[in-house]
Design a protein around this ligand. Sequence first.
Ligand SMILES: C[S@@+](CC[C@H](N)C(=O)[O-])C[C@H]1O[C@@H](n2cnc3c(N)ncnc32)[C@H](O)[C@@H]1O
Length: 179
Amino acid sequence: MTDSKNEIQSTYQKISRRYDWHMRCYHLVGLRIGDYRRHAVELLNLKQGDRVVDLGCGTGLSFPHIMERIGPEGHLTGVDMTPGMLTCARERCERAGWNNVERVQLEIASYDFPQEIDAVISTGVMGYISEYGRIIQNAAKGFSPRRPSGHPRRQTTGRLAAVAVQTIIQDQKTAGAGY
Ligand SMILES: C[S@@+](CC[C@H](N)C(=O)[O-])C[C@H]1O[C@@H](n2cnc3c(N)ncnc32)[C@H](O)[C@@H]1O
């Protein structure tokens, strides 16, 4: 892992227990990351039984929005390199009684996407990752192949939604919000 990734990991490791509280504070001062997170999940147009990957899932703040849509028949994989963040994500799953959520501790660039996934989400992470182009290509390879009847070519139905914090701050500045 590069020095900068080590630094990111060690920062998130230190704040993992306080991360959700930080997010609530940001909301109070006008940085509505939660709204963007929810909107990103809406854009995925998830259905019951869908298979989803959350890249850089952190403590799992997107999980409730995803789980509400995919239900117990679906499958969610949260990938994150920081053990402390994944511990919080595991605890969130235990509290909610979700047993169809897998957590993978790995750097996203090394993640081997499973086949037949329906959607990928990433919120507040891509700004850290210089190889995001390659990651998006890898994700696309895992999207579910479907051949609509009468269609000559195989098509994929995967959806990807990514939110970068820089975009949120810029959006809110443009909208004249507190940030
Ligand atoms: C700002 S938090 C976002 C967490 C969550 N997606 C959310 O919306 O609350 C960034 C997360 O990305 C993870 N992360 C950053 N770079 C990563 C990388 N290269 N591989 C895996 N995880 C990474 C960090 O460990 C941290 O949990």
